[in-house]
Design a protein around this ligand. Structure first.
Ligand SMILES: *Cc1c(COP(=O)(O)O)cnc(C)c1O
Length: 391
């Protein structure tokens, strides 16, 4: 064999089953071969387990999918190239023209875009409600013969708690499907509720290091398998290398999440006692308006803290003076982040909608990292002092 040929037919080294690698290998191959025509036909017909093309299935991605299902207490999942791709797949796979979907003002901004701008083009009707107004939810479901309710808890960005049992009961009585975007709550939480689908942005706590995009829909076998073809035919499949990075991130998920939640609670408590702060929202604080519900529903309260600065505290100078809390969107990675709420999450909402969603011009969202708590608090203290002294 000439070198030009050998360079393209190197052959595979496959360790024997009694000598496997400890860390999952990355199957960075788009194509999988078979020995024979008959084997290929059997795999395509699903008479035989096997791989063919990585947009359809890939061992590294499959390994991630089965772990995600387990962590969220379900038995199947589909991984996507981003969280938004998972949200979109959930909508387009479950809805058709004439159907009705309900989402909430208290949600991730692109979710509202998908429903209000994209689904509307395909004749899907929608209502965008307040997560706290369950009477309206019930009447809208009845009036519109709703097909799907998609919600979050805690909600982005101001951390309201959805009453999951009440929502799933309203849906259950009317035969409506439910999907919970569980990105903020993480895999610790909500697995015991009768939610049909969980959606996660794996970009956040799952990968944990802010260096990879990914998403997933998680649910029971029959429902997830019914979505699988729609998913791979529309192409937002997760790359195997990204799946590997997310699998690696998940090894430390519980350590990171718990440390971040502990830091977040300390930050929230400290902020609540600071004279420059109007009000603080952290589901784990007694002062949170829905603390009792949060305690009932959640095993851990997460890493997000939202608050409003007092009018006498200068907004931009406070954000600009922070050194450890870096200005960025996103959440759930190991470093602490600060997000100006209205600018990042509220520009598509009317004043009235912002009010319902609790978003003000002085709202700030923190994603608290794993740094030493004393350093984080010192950073907030110096930034608040700087912002104060401007007046
Ligand atoms: C980030 C996020 C998404 C979207 O995830 P991407 O991976 O950025 O596409 C969806 N829902 C929530 C609640 C998020 O925070």
């Amino acid at each position: 064999m000439k070198h030009e040929t050998a360079a393209n037919h190197a052959g595979l080294i496959t360790p024997t089953p009694d000598n496997p690698p400890l860390v999952e290998p990355i199957y960075q191959s788009v194509k999988f071969t078979t020995q024979t025509y008959e084997d290929l036909a059997a795999i395509l017909d699903r008479r035989k387990e096997g791989y063919f093309y990585s947009r359809v299935s890939n061992p590294t991605v499959q390994q991630l999918e089965s772990l995600l299902a387990k962590l969220q207490s379900r038995d199947a999942s589909i991984a996507f190239s981003s969280g938004v791709a998972a949200l979109w797949a959930c909508f387009f796979s479950l809805l058709k023209a004439g159907d009705h979907v309900i989402i909430f003002l208290e949600s991730y901004k692109p979710t509202r875009y998908l429903v209000r701008n994209l689904l509307a083009r395909f004749g899907v009707r929608s209502s965008v409600l307040s997560i706290e107004d369950l009477d309206t939810l019930e009447s809208e479901v009845r009036k519109n013969h709703t097909r799907l309710i998609l919600f979050e808890s805690p909600t982005n960005p101001m951390l309201k708690i959805a009453d999951i049992r009440a929502i799933t009961q309203i849906a259950g009585k009317a035969g409506v499907l439910t999907a919970l975007d569980n990105t903020f709550a993480g895999f610790h939480n909500h697995g015991e509720f009768e939610v049909d689908f969980f959606i996660h942005s794996l970009t956040k706590f799952a990968s944990g290091h802010g260096d990879v995009l990914g998403g997933a829909i998680i649910g029971d076998h029959a429902r997830i398998n019914a979505m699988r073809r729609d998913a791979f035919e529309t192409g937002a499949s997760l790359d195997p290398h990204a799946a590997f990075l997310i699998l690696r991130g998940l090894k430390t998920y519980y350590l990171r999440y718990e440390k971040q939640a502990e830091n977040a609670k300390s930050v929230a408590l400290w902020l609540s006692n600071h004279p420059a702060i109007e009000r603080v929202f952290y589901p784990g604080l007694d002062s949170h308006p829905q603390h009792a519900l949060a305690t009932e529903q959640m095993k851990s309260f997460g890493a997000l803290v939202s608050f409003d600065l007092k009018e006498s505290t200068a907004f931009a100078p406070f954000i600009n003076k922070l050194r450890l809390f870096r200005i960025a969107a996103s959440l759930g990675s190991t470093e602490s982040l600060v997000a100006p709420v209205k600018l990042l999450f509220g520009t598509d909402l009317s004043d009235e909608e912002c009010k319902i969603a609790r978003i003000t011009d002085r709202s700030v969202r923190l994603s608290v990292g794993i740094e030493a708590i004393d350093d984080l608090i010192a950073d907030l203290a110096q930034a608040l002092e700087g912002a104060f002294s401007k007046h």
